[in-house]
Design a protein around this ligand. Structure first.
Ligand code: BGC
Length: 823
């Protein structure tokens, strides 16, 4: 096993007693590993990615750069872009003295209902694997460790801790393990994370076949495999199954139980030694063993000019033109624009869950477009997009003491001791997850000035007895969880609001006495609960709501229609929110929430031209597609999102994205749909035919848009496509001419359609090229030999797929430009 230095990790392991070795194999806190002075092991510090490096705290940590989400970054179909992202994330990590970033997420987009797809790159394993390798290379080039997650078959969230993904070996190898295999071979990631779910009835954290036989055995993986947080179910079976490290700690299922298992002869001590050796190798690689690394001091701040430029450019690279009738886009300067929609004002820049970060600012599309077009833009709010009130946005509320966006947050103990106090803070706080106070938090207080006049909706989030004052009004709320079970206090805490008139100077002051979680017992008569009986002992999210009072949909739509008919172009921004795109919860529909479809149709009927910007990471239905002139896919574009969307709408930057997921045309019209376990199982019955592969085979109707679709602002002619069969795998050459009036970037995609009907069509390679207007370029695409393999279950080996079939040179399978027969 290679290490960075000459440190003899085997000897270090041998110098420790069993108890110490086992203790080091469970985290010390939520995101750190214990140091061990006797062997020169420093504290190892981990942080979530992959959209930014959040730091050691789950919430309320320091401000860090918020990157575009993974699907948007992947939509650039560009390894250099992803390597740059890895390098920048490494800088963000080093600035916080973090050694390992918990990303990339490389599960596949099996069903579009998966709540967490926004964190993962694509439905395609080659694209995912190549981009993951590029990201890891960028991260690790600065000696910050990457962590491929979640091993494996973790494509949905419903009952994720208990469900079993049922996947045959061929499908596992050819699809779900392939990104891990490619990234391991091409970037040697220093860690991986074993998933929450079971795979074929065996916990992923104790999966001897996957971890020991395939990853550590066949692939000769030299890194460390940690568990997902709280995912480890057993001691000896998990340790024997190949899991190296239990996260988080300090409590966990290993400790004394594992020591006892070794002493009882159930597990050989050499197994423990190997886990610890891998941990020391990781520590050595990231500079936490022997001579401890020095962290650089002069890295760009998350709001620096250099980060602003990088984040705008990275977002634009993935923004995708889905339709563009009569070159509606880009818009010319001087055009009058009615900019409509809740997402224009409150652009969604990240998904929910562990990928969330605390960014220094977020630029909305309204701010971005107004900065470029000034008075030519009229901004109009759209219909409601959420089912639950959201925490107050900084800007709508100001810290009363500093006058800056945010709130004044105070956490207090039962005796009134101030445990923490923050200015300009976000309007939510998580209590109980990684607190390091001397006493438990018993009260939370939010103070803020509401920077609005007229009716506003104010309220509170989180279980407790709340006392809220605003202006002359005094409100009290008694919020309780339903008792629905683990996670409710964090993911769907109770919320209550009222409508109050404010003057622009009013201070809202909300204090909660936290209520102990009701946990699993269903409470029928909530009055039986006594708030003060026991301290709040769980993990919960608390927050302050303040936002413009909601209007009736028809009034909102009427105002939008009026603005649209006054302007030369209406730009409607629609999308999803973190209610749909989040860890822990799957979607039940791909319809846009609320009355957004009605809003688009009404605007399109009134406007001279209508452009729709979709602010979401994953497919939505577009029943108004034929009614509008252009559709721009903006993903979850990160803190510079508004600037990136504005720059691409005006053509200052080309939206060069190509889709990474196939968009079904109807609800259910995809090869894999339901993500709800039946009898605890999600059966991957579609096999290797997910996404475009299944649509092409006729297993689902023609999609609305294929993976790889994206128009950019160029127009392209393909000529002289040829294939060379010499060498380990075929190479395609083709000439592409940019026949449009703008310089542009083209992504040439090559798909293999095998001769055998039971083998799906698949992406086997791609290459991108930038071509000036009127110019042409010759492009070579070397196909990836790993996509010419088929897993033979009977012999448990790879074979080569049969000769014959054809290669398709395409801009997504809806626009095939050349067909090259093979043999
Ligand atoms: C997620 C992981 C994440 C971990 C730590 C888990 O809930 O599944 O992706 O890294 O939490 O926050």
């Amino acid at each position: 096993m290679t290490t960075q230095t000459d440190i003899d990790t085997t000897a270090l392991v041998r110098s420790l007693d069993l108890e110490t070795k086992v203790r080091l194999l469970t985290g010390a806190t939520s995101f750190t590993l214990a140091p061990e002075e006797s062997i020169g092991l420093g504290e190892l510090r981990l942080s979530d990615g992959p959209t930014g490096v959040r730091g050691l705290k789950f919430s309320g940590g320091r401000t860090v750069a918020l990157f575009p989400n993974a699907t948007l970054l992947a939509s650039a179909w560009d390894e250099e872009t992803t390597t740059e992202v890895g390098r920048l994330l490494a800088e963000e990590a080093l600035a916080q003295e973090i050694h390992v970033v918990l990303g990339p997420t490389i599960n596949l987009h099996r069903s579009v209902l998966g709540g967490r797809l926004f964190e993962a790159y694509s439905e395609d394993p080659l694209l995912t694997g190549k981009l993951a390798a590029a990201y890891v290379r960028g991260l690790q080039s600065l000696a910050v460790g990457a962590c491929l997650k979640h091993l494996v078959a973790n494509e949905s969230e419903t009952n994720r801790n208990s469900m079993s993904s049922v996947v045959d070996e061929k499908t596992l190898r050819e699809l779900y393990l392939l990104p891990f295999e490619i990234a391991t071979a091409e970037s040697d990631p220093w860690s991986m994370m074993a998933a929450y779910n079971d795979v074929n009835g065996v916990a992923a954290t104790e999966h001897d076949h996957v971890i020991n036989e395939v990853v550590k055995g066949e692939w000769d993986y030299s890194g460390l495999i940690m568990s997902d947080w709280f995912a480890t179910k057993t001691a000896a079976p998990a340790a024997a199954g190949g899991l190296d490290l239990v996260m988080p700690g300090p409590a966990g299922p290993w400790g004394e139980t594992l020591v006892a298992a070794v002493r009882a002869g159930e597990l050989d001590e050499s197994v423990i030694d190997d886990h610890l050796r891998r941990l020391l190798v990781l520590a050595d690689r990231v500079g936490a063993l022997g001579e401890l690394r020095e962290f650089p001091a002069d890295l760009p701040a998350p709001d620096s000019a250099v980060r602003r430029e990088q984040l705008t450019r990275l977002a634009a690279a993935g923004i995708t033109v889905l339709t563009n009738a009569q070159e509606t886009l880009p818009l010319s300067r001087g055009t009058s624009v009615a900019l409509i929609g809740r997402h224009a004002l409150e652009t969604i820049d990240m998904g929910g869950g562990s990928a969330q970060v605390n960014p220094p600012y977020q630029v909305s599309v309204a701010e971005g477009l107004t900065a470029l077009l000034g008075d030519d833009v009229e901004v109009v709010d759209g219909v409601e997009v959420r089912t639950r009130p959201v925490p107050a946005r900084p800007g709508f509320v100001l810290d009363p003491d500093t006058g800056r966006p945010g709130v004044h947050l105070t956490l207090l103990a039962a005796d009134g001791t101030v445990l923490d106090e923050q200015h300009d803070a976000p309007a939510t706080v998580v209590v109980g997850f990684d607190d390091d106070f001397d006493q438990p938090v018993a009260r939370v207080r939010f103070r803020a000035r509401v920077a609005a006049e007229g009716p506003v909706e104010v309220g509170v989030i989180g279980p407790g007895t709340w006392d809220l004052r605003i202006g002359d009004s005094s409100l009290s709320y008694d919020l309780r969880t339903s008792g629905a079970g683990f996670g409710e206090e964090l993911l769907a805490p109770p919320v209550e609001t009222s409508t109050v008139d404010v003057t622009g100077d009013d201070i809202v002051d909300g204090v909660a006495m936290l209520r102990p979680p009701t946990r699993t017992e269903v409470v029928e008569d909530v009055s039986e609960l006594d708030a003060e009986a026991e301290p709040f002992g769980g993990v919960g999210l608390f927050g302050l709501v303040a936002r413009p009072a909601p209007r009736a949909h028809d009034e909102t739509i009427a105002a939008a229609v009026e603005a649209a008919s006054r302007a030369e172009v209406a730009v409607v921004v629609v999308g999803l929110t973190e209610e749909q795109e989040t860890e822990s919860v799957d979607k039940s529909t791909i319809r846009l929430p609320g009355q957004q479809d009605a809003l688009v149709s009404a605007v399109a009927a009134a406007a001279r031209k209508t452009v729709v910007v979709v602010n979401a990471a994953t497919p939505v239905l577009m029943p108004w597609l034929d009614e509008v002139d252009a559709v721009l896919w903006a993903g979850l574009p990160g803190q510079e999102g508004g600037h990136a969307v504005a720059a691409t709408l005006l053509g200052d930057l080309e939206p060069t994205g190509r889709l990474v997921t196939t968009f079904p045309a109807e609800e259910g019209a995809a090869p894999a749909w339901s993500v709800t376990p039946v009898d605890g199982k999600v059966e991957y019955t579609e096999g290797t035919f997910i996404g475009y592969r299944g649509h092409w085979a006729g297993q689902a109707p023609e999609p609305a848009f294929w993976l790889g679709h994206g128009l950019g602002y160029g127009t392209w002619e393909y000529t002289d496509a040829t294939v060379s069969l010499a060498g380990p795998s075929p190479v395609v050459s083709v000439t592409v001419a940019n026949t449009g009036g703008r310089d542009s970037r083209e992504v040439v995609q090559v798909y293999l359609e095998p001769a055998e009907a039971d083998e799906p069509v698949r992406l086997v390679g791609w290459a991108a090229v930038e071509v000036p207007a009127g110019g042409s370029a010759s492009v070579r695409v070397t196909t990836d030999p790993r996509l010419w393999r088929a897993w033979d279950t009977a012999s448990a080996q790879w074979s080569r797929i049969a000769d014959g079939g054809r290669l398709l040179v395409a801009r997504g399978l809806g626009d095939v430009r050349a067909s090259l027969p093979l043999g």
